[in-house]
Design a protein around this ligand. Structure first.
Ligand code: PMM
Length: 269
């Protein structure tokens, strides 16, 4: 059953919700709202990864994220932390995080895999080529599905070699990260290729620019219907979770997919 992962960006500059939840209390309240709407887990991030974003300092990221993780974990929430820094991951794990969502899949910080291996948290390995200020210069592929899957396999091997058990790993094709709009559609069309890697799959399409482009340049909050259509598609492929800013329509889309697949699994090609 596909889960809905609600996003709480504790940042001033994320492309969709930047600046709204910089205060930890606002962030926790927002998370509780997303849970009430049907989210099963909350992804807390303290560093924006929108295209062109500059990096935040480690201490600043840590100060943004840890109080929110601690409070939510104390409430019994399954918390994921969106970070590329081993120091932030370590502090978040101490504060009760259950998942480390590293958009670089362990490539940005050489200490990350070791920190995750020494814990018992799950680990999201996303396809990644470069930091946000440079990633849109790294969009050359001959065969985007084969190359993303191949590069992910290298990242997965490194995680496994570091001692992270296979069942703790979640794979994400990284929509919008070193991808053109067309690449995102091609990757979504071939989710089965990522399912075949034998891990849980996470898909993050929420409000991304490729949806805005499809809709004639529509702004971020007008993209939730299109995001729900992607959530429906992802749920038909039985992905583990969709990562989204808005929850109600996404949970509804997943429920429809589940109902349709109830009598017999749907075959999507
Ligand atoms: N996208 C963003 C941030 N973190 N993590 C994963 N695993 N997958 C994604 O697609 C992803 C991510 C960028 O979106 P945001 O700035 O709205 O959080």
């Amino acid at each position: 059953m596909t889960l809905v992962m609600g996003i709480v960006n504790v940042t001033p500059d994320s492309f969709s919700d930047g600046g709204r939840y910089l205060d930890p209390e606002q962030a926790v309240l927002h998370a509780r709202g997303l849970l009430a709407e049907g989210a099963s887990l909350i992804d807390v991030g303290g560093e924006s990864t929108r295209p062109g974003a500059q990096r935040v300092s480690g201490p600043e990221e840590l100060a943004r994220v840890v109080p929110v993780v601690r409070q939510l974990a104390a409430d019994g929430v399954r918390v994921s932390v969106d970070t590329m820094r081993a120091s932030v991951a370590e502090a978040a794990i101490d504060a009760g995080a259950a998942i480390i969502n590293d958009v670089s899949g362990g490539r940005a910080d050489s200490a990350m895999l070791e920190v995750v291996a020494a814990s018992n948290v799950d680990f999201v390995v996303m396809h990644w080529r470069a930091h946000s200020d440079r990633m849109q210069n790294e969009t050359a592929y001959r065969d985007v599905v084969a190359e993303v899957a191949g590069e992910l396999s290298v990242q997965l091997d490194q995680a496994l070699r570091a001692g992270i058990a296979s069942e703790r790993i979640i794979v994400d094709p990284g929509l919008g990260f070193a991808k053109t709009w067309d690449h995102n559609w091609t990757l979504l069309r071939h989710l089965d290729r990522f399912q075949a890697m034998g891990h849980r799959i996470l898909v993050g399409a929420s409000r991304k620019a490729f949806l805005g482009e499809l809709l004639g340049g529509r702004e971020t909050e007008g993209r939730d219907g299109a995001t729900a259509a992607v959530s429906f598609w992802a749920a038909l492929h039985d992905v583990w979770a969709v990562r989204t800013h808005e929850v109600t329509a996404q949970a509804d889309a997943v429920a429809v997919a589940r109902r349709l697949a109830r009598e017999a699994p749907l075959t999507i090609t």
